[in-house]
Design a protein around this ligand. Structure first.
Ligand SMILES: [Zn+2]
Length: 155
């Protein structure tokens, strides 16, 4: 299933489309990438990608970003328009919490707290005008960028 995923907590210096693609590839199959910058200026405090994710497993909530000479950072995801049949107990799409038979998933950053909460789902944000389509082929380990396409306020 494809989702627009917001990536929060990335240091400003790393906020660019290359980072967005990198994280998108960790999550699943990248469909669209939003360039957070327009004319070199950051337009949002988070990154945004459209990714096809395997929904038979619990949705990833984030990851630890290792940094040299400073503390690791927790980078977290929010999903735009999570389906109504999303389970906040175990994290899987397809049933609601009240009918869940799985154990409660606990947070990575604090094992005493539940991993999933309604904050995981957010409403869709208005698109930044400039979009970058991704070519899926990789050359010399680098991701080759696809052509840029202008989509005027799709949302
Ligand atoms: Zn469940």
């Amino acid at each position: 299933m494809e989702f627009w995923v917001q990536v929060h907590g990335i240091p400003v210096d790393y906020m660019c489309k290359e980072t967005t693609i990198y994280i998108g590839n960790m999550l699943g199959v990248v469909a669209e990438v939003e360039d957070p910058k327009v004319d070199g200026v950051l337009r949002r405090p988070f990154l945004r990608i459209r990714v096809g994710i395997n929904i038979t497993k619990a949705l990833p909530t984030g990851f630890w970003l290792a940094r040299e000479k400073s503390l690791n950072l927790w980078v977290y995801f929010q999903y735009e328009r999570l389906p109504d049949c999303y389970c906040y107990n175990c994290g899987i799409v397809g049933h609601e919490k009240k009918s869940c038979k799985n154990p409660t998933a606990m947070a990575v950053w604090d094992p005493t707290k539940p991993r999933y909460s309604t904050g995981l789902g957010v409403s869709q944000v208005r698109a930044i005008t400039l979009w970058v389509l991704v070519a899926q082929n990789k050359v010399d380990g680098k991701i080759k960028m696809g052509k840029k396409q202008r989509v005027d306020n799709k949302a």
